[in-house]
Ligand binder design. Structure first.
Ligand SMILES: Cc1ncc(COP(=O)(O)O)c(C=O)c1O
Length: 365
């Protein structure tokens, strides 16, 4: 009795686990470098030590405070916004789900410039709504006119991502404002990589009733395993979103960890600076390679286009050397591209060497 629309549904795709990759290629797990998930290479050790001290005394026999007041206040202070205008979520993906559940249903649609974060389509279609992707320009910036002409009376959500995963670019000037003003849809800006770009749509939240921003602690904060994200919007939107929020989706330990990290966030910008420096170093190294084009990025990853190479072969060779990168098989915009997460200097150097080796065996000319 499964839903008929799920029978041919294309689910979220990810690479196998580190253990599986190591086994398949005869490597030890510590020889596998995950450059496919856009997370931080740095574990926030001092945050985790503080959590560990408190864990033994936590009332984990009770449900968490469903209002997550303490966590919301720490989030509010971090973004400079009101705690009543924040919905804490189990990572940014749950934030996307909550928006979809609140705004999308059969007969409605969501519009989004593509390529973009694939979960926008998944969350939309899981609601039985239609996902309308609008192709980006050749520089990957969104085509605002096409987005506007694609929107119709049944468009409830416009999904935007800044910086965009997987292309790395930001939104064009004035895009969010125009879409908020010229449509009735909820304009959602996923700012999962905000700390790397410094840009944010929160500065115009006061001006637009139909704007919503998504953040996460999975990327620059180095806490992907803790599953902490949040939505920021005005109170009217937040009241509706809270109707679709699962009451206890963030565990007590995780919520406390989020609060501690947000209140001690100086480490985040130190790590961001290191990663941005590394990103630009790898970018300049890669741009010296013939037949390889690296797109500019304001996030913690780089999108690389291979002009005269068999991309599947490059990825296979990298995997054999323990370097896991993201590919986009079947994606008409990105089939000749790989996306690579910026890691520690040692791992980035390993990647550069591994890529040189991969290119010598994967040339198609
Ligand atoms: C744009 C974007 N949004 C959301 C997510 C998911 O974040 P989280 O781990 O907070 O669910 C990702 C993860 O890669 C992402 O790239």
């Amino acid at each position: 009795m499964i839903r008929e629309d799920l029978i041919n549904f294309e689910p979220y795709a990810w690479e196998p686990s580190t253990e599986e990759i190591a086994r398949a290629h005869g490597l030890r797990t510590d020889q596998v470098v995950r450059m496919d998930t856009n997370v931080s290479p740095f574990r926030p050790v001092s945050v985790m030590k503080r959590v560990a001290i408190e864990v033994a005394k936590m009332s984990v026999n009770q449900y968490p405070d469903t209002s997550y007041r303490e966590l919301r206040e720490a989030m509010a202070e971090y973004v400079g916004w009101d705690a009543n205008c924040i919905v804490p979520t189990n990572g940014a993906d749950e934030a996307i789900d909550i928006v979809a559940r609140t705004y999308l249903t059969c007969g409605r649609n969501a519009v989004s410039p593509v390529p973009t974060y694939s979960y926008f389509r998944i969350a939309t279609e899981l609601q039985g709504a239609r996902f309308k992707g609008v192709g980006r320009r050749s520089d990957f910036y969104e085509d605002v006119e096409s987005i506007l002409t694609t929107c119709d009376g049944r468009t409830s959500v416009i999904w935007l991502c800044d910086p965009n995963n997987p292309t790395g670019n930001g939104l064009g000037d004035g895009t969010v404002e125009r879409l908020c003003e010229e449509t009735d849809a909820l304009v959602v800006v996923d700012e999962a990589y905000h700390e790397f770009s410094g840009r944010t749509a929160t500065r115009i939240l006061n001006d637009h009733e139909n704007l919503c921003v998504i953040r996460t602690l999975s990327k620059a904060f180095g806490l992907a395993g803790m599953r902490i994200g949040f939505l920021i919007a005005n109170e009217t939107v937040v009241r509706q979103l809270n109707k679709a929020r699962p009451p206890n989706s963030i565990g007590t330990v995780n919520a406390r960890c989020g609060t501690i990290a947000l209140r001690n966030h100086a480490y985040v910008m130190r790590n961001v600076e290191r990663l941005v420096q590394e990103r630009e170093r790898i970018r300049s190294e890669l741009s010296r390679l013939k037949g390889v084009h690296v797109y500019p990025s304001s996030a913690n990853f780089l999108l690389i286009k291979f002009l005269n190479y068999d991309v599947k072969g490059v990825k296979r060779s990298l995997l054999q050397q323990g370097m896991v990168v993201r590919s986009f098989e079947g994606n008409p915009y990105l089939s000749d591209c790989l996306r690579v997460t910026v890691c520690s200097k040692t791992d980035n150097d390993r990647f550069l060497k591994a890529l040189s080796r991969a290119l010598t065996t994967s040339s198609t000319t």
